[in-house]
Design a protein around this ligand. Structure first.
Ligand SMILES: Cc1cc2nc3c(=O)[nH]c(=O)nc-3n(C[C@H](O)[C@H](O)[C@H](O)COP(=O)(O)O)c2cc1C
Length: 166
């Protein structure tokens, strides 16, 4: 059995909720981007972030970039993210070769974390919608809508599928 960890960054809590569910299904630990442990003993890194203005969130891009400096050579990586929009055509690709939001985001995340081609990005990926939460006094307010119970169940099932497969 491979040793796995779920790492994420989250502003409003959606990505955290999804990360926790994936970790539950995978029976692995989960850590936010500020508490990443030594990764030497892990085989599988499940890495998540969220979308801001069509891009990977800044803290997400930063932690993914920093991972390159950790000893992650040869590890397997699975990516996930949340965003407010459904999986439509990404606005920044409309006038070029149109690509779906999911495709663009996963490509961006992959390019950041795997610049040195030192890891294996697995084809298994997870995406779900996350409603924008208004932060009040630094605390997330109750979510409106997404991720729904069903989407969280899908996140757990995704974790279970990874566990089964790996
Ligand atoms: C400032 C800001 C900008 C956002 N920009 C986008 C965007 O360009 N496209 C999109 O689909 N969702 C966008 N979202 C929605 C978030 O990606 C979505 O709510 C996500 O689930 C937030 O994750 P979190 O709760 O883990 O922070 C934005 C949210 C915020 C707060």
């Amino acid at each position: 059995m491979l040793k796995a960890i779920v790492i994420y960054n989250s502003r409003g809590g959606n990505t955290k909720e999804v990360a926790m569910k994936i970790a539950e299904g995978l029976e692995a630990e989960h850590k936010n981007h500020k508490n990443i442990p030594d990764l030497e003993n892990y085989d599988l890194l499940v890495l998540g972030s969220w979308m801001i203005m069509g891009m990977v969130s800044f803290a997400g891009a930063r932690y993914l970039r920093k991972l390159r400096k950790k000893k992650i050579d040869g590890k397997k990586v699975v990516l996930f993210f949340t965003s407010g929009a459904p999986d439509d055509i990404h606005p920044m690709t409309e006038n070029k070769v149109p690509k779906k939001i999911k495709e663009v985001m996963f490509e961006k995340m992959e390019r950041i974390v795997n610049k040195k081609n030192q890891i294996t990005i697995l084809p298994e990926r997870f995406y779900c919608k996350g409603a924008i939460r208004v932060l009040k006094h630094g605390e997330p307010k109750e979510p409106i809508g997404h991720p729904t119970e069903e989407e969280l169940a899908q996140a757990k099932a995704f974790g279970e599928m990874l566990k089964e497969k790996l």
